[in-house]
Design a protein around this ligand. Structure first.
Ligand code: ATP
Length: 606
């Protein structure tokens, strides 16, 4: 146990100094002011105890003196001093609270800024790992207040330690072993606090998964995304039950820990009070022998009584400091997570106009932790200025293509070239400027309709935004909104809600707005009705003029408008050609095409 505590301590100290460095960087002057105030607060109680002794002795002498009034006059200065110190104590407490408040604001903003900047630097792969999500959550939710709590507890610790040292000095004037008795009687308490914190920490580490699961159940019952299914499938009770069961298990352990902590604390408290009693008895004996006065008895009582409380507070704050340090560990772990895909040291300039196009050359890629390649020895040409469609069953690897082209991941084998330049040789920001994408699940920005489109290019003016809306067919639904382009959308800020298809058209407009030579559309018509699809496809060739377009779709009625269609299956291209060629080839494409046509014919006939 001592070895474990020492290990934990050696791990915690560097974290603590990093936490304090964080506070220092965020609020230097405020931290200096805080330090000065803490020292003043720490010395105040001992000076007060000292003055109380003097005042009590003077008062006792005055009561015994023949001329009480004159003798009382001697006690006035110490009594006035006590009053001044009490007022100063109040003032200091208010000042410290104010300084801490300012520090807290500054430190929290500083940490949020660090988290935001770092989260935006990380690769997409980071956000797909459940552990990273957990780390990010804990760093941004739990750790954000921790440096301030650490500082607060450190302040309490320093202040109490100072007061205790000053009180110990006062006691040492009577006998050197008196302060030792005070501290020694508190040692069992220290041991208990350390032991319980270690147990709690071990438990929390072991139960992170369960805590995450609790958050998941909680989320399912309270979020909009799941609200409809919870009701229609009557899943509320199922989730409430699962939540309650897990909470019961976790709570039972906590309550058990709290009960045994209480028993151990009571025992430790009894030992420390026995120490105080021994000290007081010794002083009483001295008083009986005429070696101590009433003031000394009061001092001894106050020193022991306050000393015990201080030691207890010291233990509490050391526990809190330790807890804060552990939470800070999450923050630092997150900030230390390096992006895996870095820019090359000397990036190649990107092409301004695409002349050759995009080429996948023998690309094999496997997602981290997966046992199978999502793409295997995959080659594909996207000639400049042409529109290529990729069709294929679910899980064939179509969206993975996009992720690789955007360099959200690097393939394990092969390369991806844009006009002959490997995407790994370009700066990521340059690469992303070449590409505009309609993702399979685009973001619905809770902002105005115009801003939803403008997110594709924040420098665009109203005319370009309106043109992009026309190109995607979003203009019709925007015209029906109460304030047209200025209508706020989404429910976060009380805006208008759109249908899935309408949101998709806005996202399409966003993709069109961006003036990039490579246009990628992942399921652009999946949420469009067939009339809208037909109308949109009529204009599609105009929209792709001068661009190299890659379109992923399940609808063959969309794919047939491409210059070349590739059929993908299990990470490979299995058929290629124009729509007419593929239908004539009587292969997979032709089979699926006929099936889709039969279904549509059937539906039309019904
Ligand atoms: P769909 O038509 O359903 O959109 P798709 O052809 O776009 O499918 P991909 O999303 O590229 O398919 O997925 C290809 C394979 O890679 C699938 O087996 C999928 O399970 C796996 N996969 C996709 N994304 C990830 C990921 N982030 N981590 C691990 N595996 C993934």
């Amino acid at each position: 146990m001592i070895l474990k505590a020492a290990q934990e301590l050696s791990r915690s100290l560097p974290l603590m100094s990093r936490g304090l460095a964080l506070v220092w960087r965020a609020a230097r002057l405020w931290t200096v002011a805080w330090g000065v105030l803490i020292v003043a607060q720490g010395l105040l109680p001992a000076i007060l105890v000292h003055l109380t002794r003097t005042a009590v002795n003077h008062l006792a002498d005055a009561l015994a003196a023949p001329d009480t009034l004159t003798a009382f006059a001697v006690a006035w200065p110490s009594l006035a001093g006590i009053a001044a110190l009490l007022i100063a104590g109040q003032l200091l407490a208010s000042l410290v609270a104010w300084v801490r408040g300012v520090q807290a604001e500054l430190v929290q903003d500083h940490i949020k800024e660090l988290i935001h900047a770092h989260a935006l630097r990380l690769d997409l792969a980071f956000f797909e790992e459940p552990d990273s999500y957990d780390l990010l959550y804990r760093a941004s939710v739990d750790a954000i207040n921790r440096p301030v709590i650490l500082l607060e507890n450190l302040g309490t610790f320093l202040q109490n330690a100072l007061t205790l040292a000053a009180l110990a000095l006062l006691l040492a004037a009577y006998a050197p072993w008196l302060p030792l008795l005070l501290v020694g009687s508190a040692l069992p308490g220290l041991w208990i606090v350390a032991r319980f914190i270690l147990r709690e920490v071990a438990w929390r580490r072991a139960n992170t998964g369960n805590e995450r699961r609790l958050r998941y159940y909680d989320w399912m019952m309270t979020e909009k995304e799941s609200a409809a299914e919870m009701r229609i499938f009557a899943l509320g009770d199922h989730h409430r039950g699962a939540y309650a069961q897990l909470r019961t298990e976790l709570r039972a352990w906590r309550l058990k820990l709290a009960a045994s902590e209480l028993r151990a604390e009571l025992a430790a408290g009894a030992i420390s009070w026995a120490g105080a009693l021994a000290g007081m008895l010794w002083m009483l004996k001295r008083a009986a022998n005429g070696l101590a006065k009433l003031g000394d008895l009061v001092l001894c009582y106050q020193a022991f009584q306050q000393g015990q409380a201080l030691l207890r507070a010291l233990l509490e704050s050391s526990g809190q400091i330790y807890r804060s340090v552990l939470f800070l560990d999450n923050l630092f772990q997150f900030l230390e997570t390096a992006p895996q895909l870095e820019d090359p040291p000397r990036p190649q300039p990107p092409p301004t106009l695409l002349r050759q196009g995009v080429r996948f050359e023998g690309v094999s890629f496997r997602y981290p932790g997966r046992g199978r390649d999502a793409l295997h020895d995959f080659s594909l040409d996207l000639p400049a200025g042409r529109t290529i469609a990729i069709v294929g069953p679910n899980g064939a690897g179509k969206s993975t293509l996009i992720k690789l082209l955007c360099r959200f991941y690097d393939p394990q084998q092969g390369r991806i070239l844009i006009d002959g330049i490997d995407v790994r040789q370009m700066a990521q920001a340059d690469l992303w400027r070449l590409i505009t994408v309609l993702f399979q699940e685009p973001v619905n920005y809770h902002a105005s309709a115009a801003d939803n489109i403008a997110m594709g290019d924040l420098t665009a003016d109203a005319d370009r935004i309106a043109a992009a809306a026309r190109a995607s067919g979003a203009d019709g639904c925007i015209a029906r909104l109460p304030n047209g382009f200025d209508t706020v959308l989404g429910q976060w800020f009380g805006g208008a809600e759109l249908s899935v298809g309408e949101w998709q058209r806005l996202a399409l407009a966003r993709a069109f707005l961006r003036d990039a030579p490579i246009l990628i559309l992942d399921e652009p018509t999946s949420a469009m009705d067939s009339w809208a699809e037909a109308d949109w496809l009529k204009r599609f060739s105009e929209l792709t003029v001068g661009r190299t377009a890659l379109m992923i779709t399940h609808r063959f009625t969309t794919a047939m408008h491409a210059d070349i269609v590739h059929v993908m299956r299990a990470g490979r291209i299995v058929e290629s050609g124009t729509h007419a060629e593929l239908v004539a080839a009587e292969g997979l494409y032709a089979e699926s095409w006929r099936e889709q046509m039969r279904e549509m014919g059937g539906a039309a006939g019904e």
